[in-house]
Design a protein around this ligand. Sequence first.
Ligand code: SF4
Length: 490
Amino acid sequence: MTKPFDIGVEALRQGLPDKNRRDADGAKAPDDRVRAMSELPSASLRARKLRSPEAAAKSFYLETFGCQMNDHDSEKVSGVLLGRGYRAVETPADADLVLYNTCSIREKAAQKVFARLGDWKTTSQGKIIGVLGCVAQQEGEEIFERAPWVSLVCGSASYRRLPDLIAELETGGRRVTGLDLDTDETFETEITRRDNPFRAYLTIIEGCDYSCAYCVVPHTRGPERSRRSDSVLSEVRRLADAGYTEIQLLGQTVNSYRDPSPRGMHFVDLLEAVAAVAGIRRVRFTTSHPNDFTREIVRAIDATPALCDHIHLPVQSGSTPILRAMRRTYTREEYLEKVSWIRAARRPISLTTDVIVGFPGESEADFDETLSLLDAIQCDGVFSFKYSPRPNTLAREMPDAISEEEKGRRLAVLQEHQRQIQIARNQTLVGTEFEVLVDARHAARDQWAGRSTSNRTVNFTSRHQSLLGEYVQTRVTRAGPNSLVGEHVV
Ligand code: SF4
């Protein structure tokens, strides 16, 4: 098998568009982090080889919606295309192949994709238009009915077939689909075009074997399948050689990882092995399922400085009856017990979570339970959402729907509640120091921005002119609910 390699920073220097930044609808747009990349050391020179004269003949534009898993899938899809001689362009108008890597977790995101497709109704002549990801899997060939100018529909569980599907289109195929969910394979590429020059994402487990009542993922991403540990570790070593120091391991349920190779590594074994790779200074992982969250994970973080002191552990609700209705497989008390392990660690570990408000049947008392759980766990960030019914989910058929107005009210109450918690927590950090990996420059504010190992953002001033990609020590001078302000400690 040919080995994957990374072309991150060098590709960005050559003007490839950035896919990391989102507009208000969750789609991506260029940002000034990437424009400043010329300050960074080269990560790989091998990308230059991709700029062959033939490559100029074919171009692609890939827009990504949704989560980090989608971001990283797009990095790998871009790698597949670059490997086939395509070049990336900044605008869909300039592209021969226009791809949308889609998200269907919320209705609005799915609608946005069809709005994008509508742009090509009368103007797609000569272009190949494709839909990838969750909307592709969910809507399947119906996409051809709604948007007959689309030629490619491919769900993430079939990405390993993408090279063949694209070859079919290149040789005149009119419509091709990859919608198979019945697979035990993971999507590995010869080339991955990494968009984030500071943090390398790496999927270790795809799909999901849980069946949360509100979630489309088991339907759109297929069954759980882990990547071999030797493949993961050799990619981490290559990333370290390319200059990456921070790795983020990804999976819908990342801590369900089970190595399919004879080594049979468990999640904690893999975490420790990744952290031990020379040159790697930070290892993150997301998203953990509380059911698979063990004391060993906390012990490993305690014992291994390279494992970041941040855990994202989605709770979704503080009410056991609602958790049961959601099919989350744990109770409020069991979740609180896992948080107590985190709080008992020797290192202070930052905790963040996800909450859904307005799930069918959620009473005012259930909602109050969620607020009281937030008081109890004292986390540093909550990603909160209004429940929205999705196709192919159990919850869609559940009675006791809650009005949009009431969902909106609960969301606002919860967000303000958590905001006060974060203000109080962050205030206690004034005067403390954090080492941050600098990943942005805000020229208008004359500030740099970086993240601590606990995933806190520190916006700080410095006399230095060139800090992107550096680890620097900062002292917190002010605190807001979502970020810290500080100064460079020299
Ligand atoms: S664990 Fe539940 S919420 Fe997470 S991806 Fe699986 S089904 Fe969806």
